[in-house]
Each structure stands twice: as C-alpha cells, then as structure tokens.
Design a protein. Sequence first.
Length: 148
Amino acid sequence: MKKVIKISSKICGVLLAVLGFSAVTSCVPVEYGTPSADYFLDGNIVSEETNEPIKNLKVRWNAKEYHKYPIDSVHTNESGGFSFYRLGQFPIREYSLDIQDIDGEENDAFNDTTINVTVNNNEYYGGSGNWYEGKYQKHFDIKLKPKK
C-alpha cells in the first residue's frame, strides 16, 4: 500500500509540474488598471466689442459623462487667460466649459456662456494602445458679448 501511494504521488507531482508550467506559458497576460488620459485645456477670453481681455471670470470644466460634479473651475487672470491641467483623468468624450461673470459690473457685465465640446479618438496623441489613451490638448479663443 505504501508503495502505491509513493508511486501515485510521484506521478501526480510529474503531471502537475508538466501541466502547471505549460498552462502558465500559454496564458495571455492579464492587464489590471483603469483607462486614463492627460488633459491640457487653455484659452483666452476677450470682449466681443472691444477685444480687451476679461479678468475674473469663472470658467468651469464639466464632463458630460462619468462625473456628477464639475471636474475643476478656475478664474481668468489679468490677460483673460485660463488653463486646466489634469493628469490621469478617466477619458472624457464630451465636456463643456461654463463661463460665468461673477464680479458683475466691476469690469463690465458679460453674458454667461457654455461651450460644448466632443472629443474624437484621433484627438488623443502619445497613447500606449492599452489603458493609457494619451494626451489631449485644446486651446480656446473666446469672445463674450456684454450684457446690455
């Protein structure tokens, strides 16, 4: 009886060694992770009538999908410029920039504006072909109408 157990354990050991290694070498490696992309958005906002920069506007970046809340918000600087830099963001296919005049009459009053953008797959560059979608860069030149 001991001899049978000894032989069967050797056979099992050989089978496991051969089959175990062959199963590992023939498997496709599994990738773990989350799709991601890097975003670089910037722009300038000027008055449609005077072409002068508009400072202290609130610019809010909203994703149309996956996000319940705005991604980020910034204020325009003295030269009407704004920028968003987000690394490792879940890929976004549609977003909007909501521009709001929050200071009222301080530097004239302007109409609030929303700009809707759809991102095409070919607008990403430098992706890995796997989880990393790549970089997305967009510049906006925006002219706002004053309130009358």
